[in-house]
Design a protein around this ligand. Structure first.
Ligand code: AMP
Ligand code: ZN
Length: 116
């Protein structure tokens, strides 16, 4: 999609700090991190949100979760724990209409300081 900021990141038209990439997915640091680790995992193919998620996307979205898990392991935050979060639509707080999985961690996320 031409006007989508995350499509542009996937196509390297906008810079990002890339944490992982393969043919289908790219993961990069959130530019406004809410915790010490805050990475967004996106498919390179445009899917607007979980509301548009269908059987044809099951493997892709499954891969997103696996990549989140693998990055968490690489960053040594798995044992303590972390969050994987999809926001969906306006009331879910989704600002960018290209599906993305937040990997958020590196701190206790249930205390006042990180009310996520
Ligand atoms: P959401 O509210 O779930 O749609 O999350 C969108 C996230 O994308 C926010 O956490 C933003 O900080 C992040 N974001 C927006 N534009 C960029 C960008 N160009 N590079 C990195 N992160 C971005
Ligand atoms: Zn897009």
């Amino acid at each position: 999609m031409t006007d989508c900021i995350f499509c542009k990141i996937a196509k390297k038209e906008i810079p990002a700090e890339v944490a992982f990439e393969n043919d289908d997915l790219i993961a990069f640091n959130d530019r406004n991190p809410l915790a010490p680790v805050h990475i967004l995992i996106i498919p390179k193919r445009h899917i607007a949100s979980i509301n548009d998620f269908g059987m044809a996307d099951v493997e892709l979205v499954g891969q997103m979760i696996l990549v989140g898990k693998n990055i968490a392991e690489d960053l040594s935050i798995s044992e303590k724990g972390y969050k994987l979060l999809f926001r969906v639509g306006e009331w879910g707080g989704q600002e960018v209409p290209h599906i993305h999985l937040h990997l958020i961690g590196g701190a206790r996320l249930y205390e006042d300081i990180y009310p996520l």
